[in-house]
Design a binder for this molecule. Structure first.
Ligand SMILES: C[S@@+](CC[C@H](N)C(=O)[O-])C[C@H]1O[C@@H](n2cnc3c(N)ncnc32)[C@H](O)[C@@H]1O
Length: 381
């Protein structure tokens, strides 16, 4: 299934997925629309890349002059360190260079930099790129790449899925601006959530409905079934998002919402229309199963789906917490209790739930016990 791809990628430590040019363009345009000078006189580092053919590198080379970038640095991770099951293929530009040695090429990362019109042809483009082998393999955690991080103002990449948390910690350690791709479920990691709640990090402009399509190395295409691997050779991931601390317009758009009464009268959702909202039985909040059904005038706490983060405007809402195991006790969500469990089992429930768990729980309008899926608790400001 497409939605489990990121999980699989993580388990197998397969991090070879490549971002499309149009997705980078969509995201960066949102930052530029908000502040045309966002990259002016800035050093941008693109780590965990493959500069020879990465769309991140291409995109920022193509826009280097227009954005007024001071310096672009792009680094790659060595083939030998990737532990992948496909053969190594050095690119032509490297093999024709006198510095080329196959052992070095496989063991070391590479660095590409762009700063000025080196060849004096009147424009700054890919012909002005300078490259070299790194001392090490290009691991973002190495001192060599940390030094580049410290030199940079902004870090932009699609980092290895398996190291997302570590990568975010690495950025915050360097106190940098950033825009990176990750799974929306990462919001439930305590440290990521803490950054979001404190408005130190937020979702970017994002992918269309969280659906992202990534390129794959030729040889790993055989690992995907048709339906997941699309005809154009891209693989589909659901629940993808950009995480950033760069301002963009969507973050300041207010959600247009109806009052509680109007939702009950006019909602397009059957669960709400003519019925209203369910209240959790172990926490003082109502359950709102759809973002567009958030009542505009409800004063208390509301549990909403995770996709809320993509619409979160800190001027409109306050984030209280998530219903994850790590947070539920702290938030005061009570254990589900024996009565609910008994009713759940009697109604045919088969989920692995025990009475001491602190999942948000409720009874449907007909009395059936239910646990909503992955909620964020929010309040109007
Ligand atoms: C999801 S891919 C994205 C590649 C590229 N940034 C793009 O978006 O097209 C992540 C890349 O990070 C590399 N990588 C894995 N572990 C790494 C590490 N510890 N340090 C640096 N790069 C790493 C992988 O080999 C892979 O090429």
């Amino acid at each position: 299934m497409a939605n489990t791809n990121l999980g699989k990628a993580k388990a197998a430590k397969n991090d070879e997925f490549y971002t499309q040019y149009s997705d980078i363009q969509n995201e960066i345009n949102a930052y530029i629309d908000y502040n045309p000078d966002v990259f002016r006189d800035k050093t941008i580092l693109l780590p965990c890349d493959d500069p020879e053919w990465s769309n991140f590198t291409k995109f920022f080379i193509n826009n280097f002059e227009r954005y007024g970038i001071k310096k672009l640095i792009s680094t790659s991770y060595a083939y030998n360190s990737k532990k992948v099951d496909f053969d190594y293929q050095p690119t032509l530009f490297e093999t024709i260079d006198p510095r080329f040695k196959i052992e070095t090429s496989m063991a070391k990362g590479k660095i590409f930099t762009l700063t000025k019109d080196e060849n004096k042809d009147g424009k700054i483009d890919e012909k002005d790129l300078k490259w070299d082998y790194l001392e090490g393999d290009g691991d973002f955690r190495s001192d060599e790449i940390k030094k580049l991080r410290d030199e940079a103002d902004i870090i932009i990449t699609n980092p290895p899925f398996s190291l997302f948390r570590e990568f975010v910690a690495w950025i915050f350690e360097g106190k940098k601006s950033f825009a990176i791709i990750g799974n929306m479920n990462a919001v439930s990691y305590k440290e990521i959530f803490t950054f979001i709640k404190a408005n130190k990090m937020w979702m970017g402009n994002g992918f269309n409905q969280g659906n992202a399509y990534f390129g794959l190395p030729e040889s790993s295409k055989k690992n995907y079934s048709s339906g997941v691997l699309l005809e154009n050779g891209l693989v589909k991931f659901r629940n993808c998002s950009w995480y950033t601390n760069i301002e963009h317009g969507k973050r300041h758009q207010k959600l247009k919402l109806m009052s509680e009464i109007d939702n009950i009268k006019f909602s397009k959702h059957q669960e709400i229309k003519n019925k209203g909202y369910l209240h959790y039985c172990n926490y003082d909040a109502i359950d709102v199963p759809y973002i567009d059904a958030i009542p505009s005038d409800y004063k208390g706490v509301m549990g909403v789906p995770r996709s809320f983060f993509e619409k979160y405007n800190p001027e409109q809402f306050e984030i209280i917490g998530t219903d994850t195991k790590e947070q539920s006790e702290e938030l005061g969500i009570k254990p589900i209790g024996d009565v609910w469990i008994e009713k759940y089992k009697n109604s045919g429930g088969t989920g692995h739930i025990t009475s001491n768990m602190r999942n948000l729980a409720l009874y449907d309008f007909d009395g059936t016990p239910k646990t909503p899926y992955a909620r964020i608790l929010i309040k109007h400001k």
